[in-house]
Each structure stands twice: as C-alpha cells, then as structure tokens.
Design a protein. Structure first.
Length: 299
C-alpha cells in the first residue's frame, strides 16, 4: 500500500510575486495527505517577502543557499533534504491542479518505478493547450525529445525513493535542466513511467525568470554533455531558432546557424537568410509573416 505522504520541492529565485499561488495549488492538491513543501532559495533579493508570505502557512520550510547557483542544484538540495519517499517537483511559477497528487500517487502505487513524468497543460500568456506525447520505458530520452517530438518538464516529475537509483539533476546545467535530467535517468538505467494525465500547469510568458535568456554557453554545455550524436543537433536548433529570432538575439542566431552547418541540416540556407534579415531592417516584416503563417496553419 502506497504511503499517503509526500514532499514537494520548489526551487525559488525572486519568486515572491507568484509563490503564494503556487503554494496554494500544492496545498489544495495534497489535501488529505501528510505533506511538506520545501522551498530552496537561490539567494533571492525578495526572500524576506517570501518568508512573510509563508509565516502563517504550515508544512512549508525554506532552505537558504549560501551562494547562487541554479534551479538544478536547488532541486537536488530539496530532494536530499526531503522527509518522505514520494517526492514531487514544481517550479515556482507553475501549478498543480486539484486532482494531481491523488492521480499521480495512484499511478505510483501500482508501479515499481523510480522516476515518473508526464504530459501537462501549457499556458503561454493565457493561450492554453495540452502537451502530450507518450513515452515507452527503455526508449532513449534523446530520441523521445528530439526525434519523436516529446517533452520532459521538471514540474511533472515525481520520484519514488524505494525504486529510485539515485539519479539527480545536473548541478552544472543552467538551461534545459529537465531534458538533462531525463537523459541522465535513461543513461543511468532508471525505470521511468509516463503519466498521461494532464494535471500540471506550466506557465510561460510573463513570469519566465530562471531560463528565459538565450544563454549560449549553457546550450553549448547541454549539447557537448548530452548530445554527442550530431543527428540530434538539427532538432535542437529547430526548437530554439525562432525563439532567438523573435528575441533578436544575434549571438544565438549565429551560434545555431553554425550548428546547422556542422550537422548538414538541409534548412541551413534558410537559417542563413533569417540571420541576414535579423541584421537588417527586414526583421520586423519577416517576424510578422512568420506569425501570420502560424496563425493560418493553426486555424
């Protein structure tokens, strides 16, 4: 019988504006269970406000780091300091829906698996859609993400310590931390199970604050550490190129364009044209045309 207790680890960094809603979503979802919420602070400037917010809320504790690092490190610290066998992760601007904990624990109760993840509700500036792509245990996580167009988000991860083989997040990784964790789990032969219930809301847009900037050195680290096979580079570029284009991030565009040349991507010349246009006054016109095409396609 699955024990009715859980720990929820939330990495925080300057999260005072929305942490109350995140905590409230956990409390609602964990109703009827013994639970703890562990906030791991990455040297925030607003930590005093966060402490004020939680002072009247039970079951919440804060671990303060002495020096700033990243959310991966914070998740590891929270996990290693958790009390219970069932550990859930949630980013500080994402939410659990009311039935999530009950639903996930019912899945964990009948499977001897260490790591769980699943589909989710993606909210981009109030444009909401369900993101789902089934994963079969034993499939290389690189194939799942970059060939099968799957996804792996930290806020959908839960771990059962009884079957977990000890894989942690990469504390040197500053971007794509969820993908890195999934790949590390696959490489460590962790048993993983995909939960097809969309009961976690991932919020993107106004509140992105841990990984929004195009950090080229962090992308290089991810590629060099986890994507040794160049066949995955084209997919990685395609997932990020237009974001860089919209952000007018010329450094990122030049980096991604060079990657496509190295791996022989057939879209290389299109990327070169977009890079050229980004350096001219044609950027706004091209961006408008791309957005228009996406709107027509999605009707």
């Amino acid at each position: 019988m699955m024990e009715k207790s859980l720990s929820v680890v939330v990495p925080i960094y300057n999260s005072a504006k929305y942490i109350k809603k995140t905590i409230d979503s956990i409390i609602e979802a964990a109703k009827g269970y013994v639970f703890e919420i562990i906030l791991v602070d990455d040297v925030s400037s607003d930590i005093d406000i966060v402490l004020e917010i939680i002072q009247s809320i039970g079951n919440v504790r804060v671990i303060k780091k002495n020096s700033k690092s990243n959310a991966s490190d914070s998740r590891n610290i929270g996990f290693l300091n958790s009390k219970y066998n069932n550990v859930f992760f949630l980013d500080s601007d994402d939410y659990f829906t009311p039935n999530y904990v009950k639903s996930r624990l019912s899945v964990m109760e009948v499977n001897n698996v260490g790591v769980y993840f699943g589909c989710f509700i993606l909210n981009i500036n109030d444009d909401v859609k369900v993101m789902s792509k089934n994963y079969n245990d034993g499939v290389d996580m690189r194939e799942f993400i970059f060939s099968q167009k799957g996804d792996f988000r930290s806020s959908t991860i839960s771990i059962d310590k009884r079957y977990h083989k000890g894989t942690l997040f990469d504390s040197l990784q500053y971007k794509h931390q969820d993908w890195g964790f999934g790949i590390r789990c696959y490489d460590a032969d962790e048993r993983m199970l995909y939960d097809n219930q969309s009961l976690v809301q991932i919020n993107c847009g106004a509140n992105i604050q841990m990984s929004n900037s195009m950090n080229i050195s962090a992308s290089e680290y991810f590629i060099n550490t986890y994507l040794n096979d160049k066949k995955f580079h084209s997919s990685f570029v395609r997932l990020h190129y237009f974001n860089a284009f919209y952000n007018k991030d010329l450094v990122a565009l030049e980096y991604f364009t060079s990657l496509t040349k190295e791996c022989g991507d057939k879209l290389f010349y299109m990327y070169v044209i977009l890079l050229f246009m980004s350096k001219t006054k044609m950027h706004s016109l091209v961006e408008y045309m791309i957005r228009l095409l996406f709107k027509i396609k999605n009707r």
